[in-house]
Structure formats: C-alpha cells, structure tokens
Design a protein around this ligand. Structure first.
Ligand code: ZN
Length: 241
C-alpha cells in the first residue's frame, strides 16, 4: 500500500535495519521495518528518521510489521533539526500522538494536526520565546484531547452544570468545577480557564499568550484529564531549557 506517514520513532534493529513507528491518515499508527537502511548505500538515504513526513510504500505480509519498499520525502523539516528545543518539542509531540492514538483506528485530523505542529516548530526554530513555545505545545496537546474525545468541559461546572463561580479543575469530573463541587479538584484561575477555551477554539498558528504559572495549571489540567480518562501519563509537554 501507499500512504503518507510521519515517522514518530525510528529504532535500530539488527545489523542494518530500522523499526519505524509511523502515523498515517487512514491507518492510524502502524509499525514497519526498513531493511538495510543503515547501510551507506541505502536507497532510503536519511529520510526514515523521526519527524520526516513521507510518501511511503509498504508491503503487507504475514508479520505484524509492514515492510518499507519505497519512501519519498514530503517534508524534512530541516530547520527544526538544527534547534535543540524545537527538536525536543517535536519528539514530545510525536510521543503524545503515538501514545494517545496507538491503534490502527483512522484519525486523519490527528495526522494533519501533527504535520501542522511540526511545520510550526520548523518555522519557529531558532527564535527565542520560551513561554510561547510552551503555550504552543500545550495548545497542540489540548487539540489532541479534543480529537480523542477527551476535551475537558469548560463552559460550566462539569459536575452540576453551574455556569458561574468556576474555581477548580477535576480530572474525574472531566473539566472545570464550581465552588460547591470543588472537592477533589485543584484550584484553577480565570486565565488558565481562558487559555484552554481559547486554545481549543483557535488555530495552532494563533496560540493565546500566557504566563508560566498559568501554563502550569493548564498542563496539570491536561495531565489530570489524561490520567482519569485514558489512564495515560505523558512526558511534560515542554522541556523548559
Ligand atoms: Zn458544580
């Protein structure tokens, strides 16, 4: 079969092979083996490395792993590769996609979202702005939650429906909670609540600005949601320095 794919991970295997974790629009996450790829004269060159967006040909045999028979680069994101912070953010984005969408269920929107995030990281590589980079990574993660059907409830108390006095966030309730329902929640302020609402409503290119403490609350809310509803713990969205 022929498909587009983003390389999420690329692991050395045996003498000269690589095992690839690929994310595809129509087949979700798939595993593939590329034979002889680490030999100097491999026809695949260096394009089976993480974050490459490829047009890839795969042979489906009896094994669970498909065999790579051809690959062309759609995007190599070369600038991203020269910036340690962008490279790290790309690895975290790919890790989140691979773990939150680990089956063959198709989510073409997630594929597009990942490609957009990689393109943005490539575009922003080499520019300073730590808070903006963290805000971007968290916006991406919120959009992944939405695609997974796990978007937190933000419009009213997730427990009783009260629209005012929303003071906490509860992973178990699945969103913000009011003062009467705050047991088991952690405090969240208006800016963090606002950031989540805006980030979910806006494009990835238009990430709302926020301070580091606000982003800390957002990250905690995302982690609590994932832990309660997907039993998943991701690495932090952003490494810091
Ligand atoms: Zn309530």
């Amino acid at each position: 079969m022929k498909t587009e794919a983003v390389v999420l991970r690329s692991l050395r295997y045996g003498e000269a092979d690589r095992i690839l974790h690929l994310y595809t629009p129509a087949r979700g996450r798939i595993g593939a083996i590329a034979k002889g790829v680490r030999r100097a004269r491999s026809r695949f060159g260096g394009r089976l490395e993480p974050f490459f967006r490829l047009k890839i040909e795969l042979h489906e045999g009896r094994s669970e792993l498909l065999t790579v028979t051809g690959a062309q680069t759609v995007e190599g994101y070369a600038r991203l590769r020269g910036d340690a912070r962008a490279l790290d953010a790309a690895a975290r984005a790919c890790d989140a996609v691979g773990r939150l969408f680990e089956t063959g269920e198709p989510h073409p929107g997630v594929f597009n979202l990942l490609c957009r995030q990689l393109a943005l990281l490539d575009e922003q590589a080499g520019t300073p702005g730590q808070a903006a980079a963290r805000a971007g990574s968290l916006s991406f993660r919120l959009k992944l939650l939405l695609a997974a059907g796990l978007a937190p409830q933000l419009g009213a108390c997730a427990n009783c429906g009260e629209p005012e006095n929303l003071v906490g966030f509860s992973g178990a309730a699945g969103g913000v909670v009011c003062g009467a329902c705050e047991a088991g929640s952690f405090a969240i302020d208006e800016q963090a609540h606002g950031f989540m609402t805006e980030a979910l409503g806006r494009a990835l290119t238009d990430v709302p600005a926020a301070t580091d403490p606000v982003l800390g609350q957002v990250e905690r809310a995302i982690a609590a949601t994932l832990e309660h509803h997907a039993h998943l713990r991701l690495m932090p969205a952003f490494a810091g320095r």
